[in-house]
Design a protein around this ligand. Sequence first.
Ligand SMILES: NC(=O)c1ccc[n+]([C@@H]2O[C@H](COP(=O)([O-])OP(=O)(O)OC[C@H]3O[C@@H](n4cnc5c(N)ncnc54)[C@H](OP(=O)(O)O)[C@@H]3O)[C@@H](O)[C@H]2O)c1
Length: 270
Amino acid sequence: MTVVPHRYYRSVGESLSVLGLGTWAIRDYRAAEEVLVKAVVEYGVNSIDTAEIYGGGLAEQLVGRVASRVGRDEVFITTKLPPERFRTRDSAVKAARASLSRMKLREVDLLLIHWPDPVAPVETLIRNLEAVADEGLARYVGVSNFSKALLEEAMAATRKYEIVANQIHYSIMERWPERESLISLASERGLMIQAYRVIERGSVALDGGLARVARELGLGPVQLAVAYVINGCSTCMALVKTETPEHLEELVSAATVRLSEGVLSKLRHI
Ligand SMILES: NC(=O)c1ccc[n+]([C@@H]2O[C@H](COP(=O)([O-])OP(=O)(O)OC[C@H]3O[C@@H](n4cnc5c(N)ncnc54)[C@H](OP(=O)(O)O)[C@@H]3O)[C@@H](O)[C@H]2O)c1
């Protein structure tokens, strides 16, 4: 059986699967639970992403059930809190405790600020993010949807912990992180990039140009999209979401595809 490759992520000092599973916009929580358990137990996926706002808390509850079924130590769990929670220490700690209580966990592996705050300065958010880690509620901390400039600000603002990850929209069709040199910065610093919407919600399969390039390489468009992110970026993890066993199988096989440097450099110019 195909197993998802693992990669050593320097910022957390752990080996994690290059494919992570997300929990946004789930239609059927029972089906999603079975797919997540199968992904961990049969395919070696050990990274799961969720957030306070997903399904109004139902997604975090689901992740908690999955962790208890597969064993807490078998999965690296990321959750995200909205930025306004980090405006004060008390609201950050309270929100983190509520999130943990939904997941029935003592601590989460990685806690992210879900997106930049339009009001509070980055320094305030980081101070209160660190306060959550100080309470022993998160092993690692990071950010999501931060531009390169904001990420650098966040990294400079830490006192006690490192920013270990930036979770961002990055795919073969969405190249802003390459244009902003965010991908090269991450490689230099060993920062984990959790790339989301890697298959553009399935729409990579609808792009004629991409389908043709994939065909020339003997791949399907979903395979090419997942392989592009995993092969082209040494600190990336491809975050995808599925509650369909057949899709899971396709995503897992995509995670094993190797693309040569020559192919990657051609793909970077399409
Ligand atoms: N930080 C953020 O702001 C942020 C934003 C968006 C997403 N995320 C995280 O990243 C995860 C992934 O992103 P996403 O859910 O937006 O997008 P995605 O993974 O690009 O797309 C998920 C959609 O694609 C379908 N799909 C899965 N495998 C497929 C396949 N092999 N062929 C065709 N369609 C397939 C899924 O349907 P089925 O379920 O039926 O397979 C689902 O409708 C989220 O669940 C979430 O955890 C984070």
